[in-house]
Structures are given as C-alpha cells and as structure tokens.
Design a protein around this ligand. Structure first.
Ligand code: SF4
Ligand code: SF4
Length: 249
C-alpha cells in the first residue's frame, strides 16, 4: 500500500513537473500585494498609519509578513506618512487574538488615522472588528490555495460546501475546470489534453480519466452516471460553522 501510494505520488508529480521532494502539505488563503500607487490612493487624506500583517498565509505569500510590513512602512514614510507602529499577529483572522494584540498596541493604534492591513480580507475584517478606526486593505485576496512548494499555489478547492471528490477520483472539476464541468469535458479539450480556456493547464477531465485508470475505478460507470444537479443552496453567503469543540487541541 505504501509503495503504491509512493508510486502514485511520484507519477503525478512527474506529470506536473513538480519536484516531489519540495512538496509542502499546506492549504492557505492566497493573496497578492496591491500596487503601491493604489495603496497610497486609498490612504490619501490620512497622515498617520498603523500597519498590520499576518504571520500565517500572508507571510507565506510574501504579501504581509514581517519583511513586507517593514518594507511598506519605509515606503509610507518616504511618501510622507507617519507610521505610528506595526503588528504581525501569528494568525490575523483569529479575531479575539488580533483584538487582544491591537489593545496591547493601543497607544500606537490611537495615534494612527487609519489601519493598513496587509493580510487576507478575513484578517482585515478581524482588525476592523477590533478597532474604532478606518481600515484599508493593502492586498487582494485571491483564492484558497494548495501549496506545492514555496511560491507556488494552486486552486484545487473552492470550498463549495458539497464535496463530490469521491465521484471524480479525488480531483475536483468544480474548481479545476474553469467552466465547472461536472458532467464531462466541454468538448474544447486540445489534442494535447490541455484546457481550451488556459492552455497552460491540463484539462481536468484528462487528469480525472488518468486518475480513474490509476486507481482501477470503473470508468464506464463514472462516465455513464449522470451526476445529480448540484445543490448550490448549501453554499450561501455569508457562511458560518459553529460547533461545540470536543477537543481542546
Ligand atoms: S467538490 Fe471541489 S470545491 Fe467542493 S469541497 Fe470538494 S474539492 Fe472543494
Ligand atoms: S477543456 Fe477541460 S478543463 Fe477546460 S473548460 Fe473544457 S472541460 Fe473544463
């Protein structure tokens, strides 16, 4: 079983041109820095700024770690702003922790006209929930990403709320097909097996088909099984999940 798993992992990584030794098993919120001009535009009218980053996803994305917080601080100073202080919580979207840390920095926070957050939108809103000040986001939040290696993130799940991975050999057509084709390929797959929307990517249905072969699944059954219409009502926004934790760790 172990050998099979290693073989499978190796063959997939070979096809993906991904060095398997560098694989990191992490899913995170992927963000991208906004251009400085856009940040300065949002900060127009504010003289003093307190900067908040994030020690988790934004650090890994190199958009809001300690380094980026220091760098944007220098750029803001050069642009004539007063940076009253900064903070990089371990995980900024942990609302209560972030609120507690901001209270510990309350003197620097109170001197700021505005809070610039370079963490995901969830982190920025955790800050907004904790301070009585305008909050500006200095990054764009892009997607939920699987990390293959440092600096390489792929959207493999879009948190649809109704997982059907088992029907497709563990590869998600909902997310990995730009058209969300869950009933089979769209007809535009290239002869090389690439996606007609983005020829850089394999058509997800080629990946699914190969995967079904690899795991010895009955492809005819998969092909002929008409997938039930998806229930999009399960993914209503804003979503929440509240439960009584059974474990403390
Ligand atoms: S079906 Fe795809 S998008 Fe939905 S939960 Fe499963 S992996 Fe995520
Ligand atoms: S070529 Fe494949 S991945 Fe691309 S849109 Fe069509 S079915 Fe989806």
């Amino acid at each position: 079983m172990l050998l099979w798993a290693m073989h499978f992992r190796w063959s997939r990584l070979q096809r993906s041109s991904i060095p398997w030794m560098e694989v990191i098993a992490t899913t995170m919120i992927i963000s991208e820095s906004k251009p400085l001009e856009e940040v300065l535009e949002m900060l127009a009218g504010y003289d003093s700024v307190f900067v908040v980053g994030c020690g988790e996803c934004a650090t890994e994305c190199q958009t809001g770690g300690e380094y980026e917080v220091n760098e944007i601080g220098k750029m803001l100073t050069e642009a004539g702003k007063t940076v009253t202080g900064s903070l990089v919580p371990d995980v900024t979207c942990q609302v209560l922790d972030t609120g507690r840390l901001l209270r510990k920095s309350k003197e620097a926070v109170s001197r700021a006209d505005v809070i610039l957050v370079i963490a995901c939108g969830g982190g920025a809103q955790a800050v907004a929930a904790s301070v009585d000040k305008p909050v500006v986001s200095g990054v764009d939040t892009l997607f939920l990403g699987d990390t293959v290696r440092h600096g390489q993130f792929y959207e493999w799940c879009s948190a649809c709320g109704s997982c059907v991975l088992h029907e497709y050999g563990g590869i998600c057509p909902v997310t990995r097909c730009p058209k969300g084709q869950v009933h089979g390929p769209c007809g535009g797959t290239t002869d090389e097996g690439k996606c007609e929307v983005n020829s850089e990517n394999d058509c997800v249905w080629v990946l699914i088909w190969e995967r079904l072969d690899e795991i010895g699944a009955n492809k005819d059954a998969v092909a002929s099984a008409a997938h039930e219409p998806r229930d999009y009502s399960v993914h209503q926004r804003p979503a929440s999940r509240i439960f009584e934790p059974r474990r403390t760790k």
